[in-house]
Design a protein around this ligand. Structure first.
Ligand SMILES: [Zn+2]
Length: 285
């Protein structure tokens, strides 16, 4: 049933509904990544470190500016919830909402992960995605969404009346606290809306509700990012596993994820210009 079904329909309803959609942010002037330069740099990569994210837990990692990082499926289909910060200033963090508004509900190669106001600059650029073939399926779903926020124990309490301590929000909080030495309550305030790595999601056609379906990710698949600034990352291996059934419980089969840090030949980035914080003067008048 439509939410507006009890109100009268105006005579010109069809005319009003037929206004053409206008893309909110015409992105032709958006600073775009130099994918040719980044592709050349990718050909010179050397792996410098790796981190395993245990199932239903999170792990932190650092990526120096100008390095690449990969998130890999290793043992089985698994979704990851990613938080990113400026490693030198945690007040600059990933801005899921603006990334969605500028690019799309799901991100892929060439899209950037933008930082919060007042910085609003690319933190990372997606340079490879082995699931890029998926596109949009017949349910309207895609991969790597910036729609969902992260599973969390507060929503779980609201909906189920019970507590679960391995939601992505809690996993991210514990891992950030361990990385920084902050108390949990302080670390929690830095946790933010995520990039849902490998998650397959969309909106139902009839009610426009957020839905998930089993991720098509398989061991060997990976998504790769170029670090535009020094990054602190935390990745949670979601308790939903492939998110094909449920989450916020120990029911789903869960697998580890791997994060790899790769260094390019510095000469390959000789013509690369790092992004500065947004130059708007913050006068607001
Ligand atoms: Zn989760």
């Amino acid at each position: 049933m439509s939410k507006q079904s009890i109100v009268p329909v105006p005579a010109d309803a069809d005319e009003r509904r037929s206004a053409p959609p206008v893309v909110v942010y015409p992105v032709e002037t958006l600073p775009s990544a130099d994918l040719t330069l980044l592709e050349a740099a990718r050909q010179t990569l050397t792996k410098v470190s790796e981190v395993i994210v245990p199932p239903r837990e999170a792990s932190s990692f650092q990526v120096p500016q100008g390095h690449f990082f990969r998130i890999l499926s290793i043992d089985g289909p698994q979704v990851g919830d990613l938080n990113l910060w400026n490693a030198a200033d945690l007040s600059e963090r990933f801005f899921s909402g603006k990334t969605r508004a500028l690019h799309a509900t799901h991100v892929g190669v060439g899209d950037r992960l933008w930082s919060t106001l007042p910085y609003l600059r690319p933190m990372a650029t997606i340079t490879y995605d082995s699931l890029g073939w998926y596109g949009w399926d017949d349910d309207g779903a895609g991969i790597h969404d910036v729609i969902g926020t992260r599973c969390d124990p507060y929503t779980n309490r609201l909906l189920k009346g019970s507590d679960y301590h391995h939601c992505c929000h809690s996993n991210l909080t514990r891992a950030l606290a361990a990385e920084t030495g902050m108390p949990l309550e302080e670390a929690e305030m830095h946790v933010h809306d995520v990039l849902n790595v490998f998650m397959c999601t969309g909106f139902t056609r009839d009610t426009h509700q957020y839905f998930m379906k089993a991720s098509p990710v398989r061991p060997g698949d990976f998504i790769e990012f170029f670090a535009e600034i020094d990054l602190l990352g935390v990745l949670s291996a979601c308790p939903g596993g492939d998110c094909g059934t449920g989450h916020s419980s120990d029911v789903a089969a869960c697998y580890p994820l791997k994060v790899e840090i790769w260094k390019p030949d510095p000469a390959a980035l000789a013509n690369w210009t790092p992004p500065e914080p947004n130059p708007y003067p913050r006068t607001h008048r």
